[in-house]
Design a protein around this ligand. Structure first.
Ligand SMILES: [Zn+2]
Length: 101
């Protein structure tokens, strides 16, 4: 049997019969809509967008640091509740800034 622990607090999610929440985060470079050229606009707009996205993916593949980054976390109900309230941890960052002053 697969063993799950909460990636935030380390709580064992199997033995406690706790519900498990999966969080998936994907980060990738966005594309600039102003990069559309006249040629792109001649075609079907959806096709043009698809081409831009494909070009964007190709560019992303070239630059290692800009590669799409996928993250997957298993969370216990308590940590899941905290996560959905503040997915980017902005509250934590803010309090960190305050503590420096
Ligand atoms: Zn947890």
């Amino acid at each position: 049997m697969v063993h799950f622990t909460c990636d935030l607090c380390g709580k064992d999610l199997h033995t406690n019969g706790e519900r498990r929440f999966v969080v998936k985060i994907e980060a990738f470079p966005g594309f600039d809509p102003t990069e559309l050229t006249e040629d792109d606009l001649d075609d079907d707009p959806m096709e043009a967008v698809a081409q831009i996205l494909k070009r964007d993916e190709a560019m992303a593949a070239d630059i290692d640091t800009d590669k799409p980054q996928g993250f997957r976390f298993d969370l216990c109900p308590s940590c899941h509740g905290k996560f959905i309230k503040d997915p980017l941890g902005r509250d934590a960052l803010r309090s960190f800034d305050f503590s420096k002053n």
